[in-house]
Design a protein. Structure first.
Length: 133
């Protein structure tokens, strides 16, 4: 099902996909479809979506793909989405941030954003990320 949706999406303009995605496709389903697309195709759609929707979708993606997607997106949009991921899905945020290249990590997230993650279970990983700055 996801594979066939992916093949169909290749022929629909991004503007129409962005509108349809936000209205009719829930973030868990969007994440599964997105992982079937190439990063270039996924970025074309993600750049036109609301940051809250992108952050919710990242919560259901593999951390590696989410990091690759955020690194390729428009920096302002990616930063806004990543701040929401940090605020709403701290475990996902740590997993995604571990996969971001160092140059993108510094551009997309601040130490203050990372320090806002206060869950004791995340303390060691959070501190390791902060020390990597």
């Amino acid at each position: 099902l996801f594979s066939s949706m992916t093949h169909t999406m290749k022929y629909i303009p991004n503007l129409l996909l962005q509108s349809l995605t936000a209205r009719y496709i829930e973030p868990p389903i969007a994440a599964r479809i997105c992982e079937e697309l190439s990063v270039k195709q996924a970025v074309g759609v993600a750049n036109g979506l609301d940051s809250a929707y992108v952050s919710a979708t990242c919560a259901y993606m593999s951390p590696a793909f989410a990091a690759e997607l955020l690194a390729a997106m428009n920096k302002k949009k990616a930063r806004a989405a990543l701040v929401l991921v940090v605020a709403n899905f701290p475990r996902v945020a740590i997993a995604v941030l571990e996969h971001l290249p160092p140059n993108h990590l510094a551009a997309l997230v601040s130490k203050n954003d990372l320090q806002s993650i206060s869950n004791k279970a995340l303390l060691k990983k959070r501190d390791a990320l902060i020390s990597s700055f």
